[in-house]
Design a protein around this ligand. Structure first.
Ligand SMILES: [Zn+2]
Length: 350
């Protein structure tokens, strides 16, 4: 279940526009937060399903399938608020790289511990699905400001691409339709891809928040010092007055000193809170893009054992997509074990 609004936006944007209706169930369960339900004038207690059997058993459930007015209105609302779409990158006329040179590159760039990479069959032309996801992050600390985060995700492997490729991908000219007589479109693993994107986004935000907190440390210290100096002076004045006061006034001055101490603690807390970094997310973009690629079937060999593996060469980038662990999906260096190929973390778990 996807509860995060940012993920929900991306999921639905892609689902709606990329015709990835196998996710209708997920959308049905997650896309109707109460305020939207009210806006669409739906009953307060609403049961939705995308499963025809369930709909038959529970006649009062709203059967949400593509084309249902509720889903269409939700889609219209999402589309009105963001930049969503899907497109294809045309195939270039330049010759495809030779299998031998792909193998050479694979061996040079993909280091598999204990494993040797060999070609298993000829590379096949495919459309690799990539997601371009955009979100506006509003940071609050002392002040508000906004920053844009964009993520490119290999939606087949559910792997976030390196930031360094973003500018190269952004410059490409996509078109609405595939090239005539075109190639197979590889499957989109949407939910996994969106979760990978979201995890990366949160990691980037955490890093940025730490940097912002560090930058503002000086200002925070100055503000705290000013406040402490002010209250020190106020308390010193009260102490002086108490020393020279008649006994019946001393109790009153003691209460004033106590109140000033409490105010000082409150103010300190207020200043520290003001400099805590917080943020909100507003997704604004979700594009599903099909990019010409070569699916390269290889085997990873350890001694007598061979494990089949698929590499993907992205033609416009002249590079491989990130390799993910077949077991946990992490982007990490692979190890050819005795029974399987996995990342080092998975390998150590056995
Ligand atoms: Zn793993």
């Amino acid at each position: 279940m996807i509860a995060d609004p940012c993920l929900r936006f991306w999921l639905h944007a892609v689902q709606r526009d990329g015709a990835l209706y196998e996710f209708a169930d997920e959308v049905a369960r997650t896309l109707l937060p109460p305020p939207l339900q009210a806006e669409l004038q739906l009953p307060e207690f609403l049961s939705v399903t995308a499963d025809p059997d369930a709909a038959e058993e529970e006649p009062e459930a709203v059967f949400l399938v593509p084309g249902h007015p509720v889903l269409e209105r939700v889609a219209a609302r999402v589309l009105a608020h963001g930049d969503v779409g899907h497109a294809y990158l045309p195939w270039s006329a330049s010759p495809l790289p030779q299998p031998a040179s792909l193998l050479e590159r694979a061996r040079a760039t993909l280091d598999v511990e204990h494993g040797r990479i060999d070609l298993a069959a000829d590379p096949v032309c495919v459309y690799r699905p990539l997601l371009l996801l955009g979100v506006l992050v509003t940071y609050t600390l002392d002040d508000h400001f906004q920053e844009r985060e964009e993520l490119w995700v290999d939606a087949h492997a559910a792997a976030v691409l390196d930031v360094s490729v973003s500018s190269r991908l952004r410059g490409l000219q996509f078109s609405a339709a595939p090239t005539a007589g075109s190639h197979r479109e590889q499957a989109v693993r949407l939910e996994r891809a969106l979760h990978a994107a979201h995890d990366t986004l949160l990691a980037r935000i955490a890093q940025r928040s730490t940097a912002l907190a560090r930058q503002s440390r000086g200002v925070l210290r100055d503000e705290l010092t000013r406040s402490e100096t002010y209250y020190d002076a106020a308390l010193a004045t009260l102490a002086r007055r108490r020393a020279g006061a008649a006994p019946e006034r001393q109790a009153l001055l003691d209460r004033q000193a106590e109140a000033t101490q409490a105010e000082r603690a409150r103010r300190r807390h207020e200043i520290e809170t003001k400099f805590n970094v917080s943020y909100t997310l507003q997704p604004y973009r979700a594009h599903l893009l099909r990019v010409p690629a070569l699916s390269v079937p290889v085997t990873i060999r350890r001694g007598e054992r061979c494990y089949p593996f698929e590499l993907c060469w992205l033609l416009p980038l002249s590079g491989f997509t990130p390799v993910v662990c077949p077991s946990c999906g992490a982007q990490a260096k692979l190890v050819a074990e005795r029974e399987r190929v996995a990342c080092a973390a998975c390998a150590s778990k056995r």
